[in-house]
Design a protein around this ligand. Structure first.
Ligand SMILES: [Zn+2]
Length: 276
């Protein structure tokens, strides 16, 4: 039996083989205790984890929204239970999954705007990890100062302008009622246009930054905020048309993700890679 986990900042979701996915609140979960209980209860042969934070060589380094630091989870579980465990950053898992549908893409950028904002890149079927498995972590690069403090400690991260959490914080700041992350609704409210403009500026900034740094031939956008605002794909295509890059390169494909379970499914692909 395979235990796959999507360990997010708000939700901790898991699945045993192809059984229905079970969702828990992240705050209510102690990872070690959870894994020990699952191993005791089910015949688990391997564990695959997609984690919303920094991971390197089986070690959870840190996460802006989860209270775990320097936990060598792979070593602990493999030594204690002889159960193979693979783990990587959630966006890297999602990117691996998205890339599996398009083996001919040269360089693929996958960006998710959900509770937070993150990205990962795949080049010729392989995740671009960089020196520290940190490549693509664009959500915590400085953009504009805000009245808020990010989970990483700064007040100017892109994520504070471009994420579901940002839309919540800004709406609260201006006293707006926010039911869903629909930008057209937000735009029509007093001060909503400021939030909307700031969001679009951050979206354009991150898109053009990645375009210039990695020259992807394909961009895939996912996450709940993108799914609720599919018109943003048109906005990004327009950004490209207005950019100086259009004279020197072919237009990249820019698409909405069609997979809802990219992180979870991508984590399972890590297991297959491990076996190779
Ligand atoms: Zn940050």
């Amino acid at each position: 039996m395979i235990l796959a986990i999507d360990y997010g900042g708000s939700n901790f979701r898991f699945q045993l083989d192809r059984h229905p996915i079970v969702a828990l609140e992240t705050q209510s979960v102690d990872l070690m205790l959870f894994l020990e209980e699952m191993i005791a209860q089910y015949p688990i042969e391997s564990i695959a984890i997609s984690f919303a934070g920094q991971v390197r060589n089986g070690v959870i380094l840190s996460a802006p929204n989860i209270a775990l630091h320097n936990l060598p989870i792979q070593k602990i579980i493999e030594e204690r239970y002889a159960t193979p465990l693979v783990i990587d950053n959630d966006l890297k898992c999602a990117a691996l999954y998205e890339a599996s549908f398009d083996p001919h893409a040269n360089t693929l950028a996958v960006l998710y705007i959900g509770t937070g904002f993150g990205g990962a890149l795949v080049h010729q079927g392989k995740i671009i990890g960089g020196a520290n498995n940190f490549a693509g972590e664009i959500g915590h690069t400085p953009f504009r100062a805000t009245p808020f403090v990010c989970g990483c400690g700064r007040n100017d991260c892109l994520e504070l302008s471009l994420s579901g959490k940002a839309l919540e914080l800004w709406s609260e700041h201006y006293g707006l009622e926010l039911e869903e992350f629909r930008l057209e609704d937000i735009k029509s409210k007093p001060k909503g246009d400021t939030i909307h403009r700031n969001f679009l500026d951050a979206l354009e900034h991150s898109f053009l930054t990645l375009l210039s740094l990695f020259d992807p031939d394909r961009f895939i956008y996912g996450g709940s905020v993108m799914q609720n605002n599919p018109h943003l794909i048109g906005f990004l295509k327009e950004c490209y048309e207005q950019s100086p890059f259009r004279r020197v390169r072919k237009a990249p494909k820019i698409e909405l993700s069609i997979s809802k379970e990219g992180c979870l499914e991508g984590a399972k692909l890590l297991l297959k890679q491990e076996k190779k």
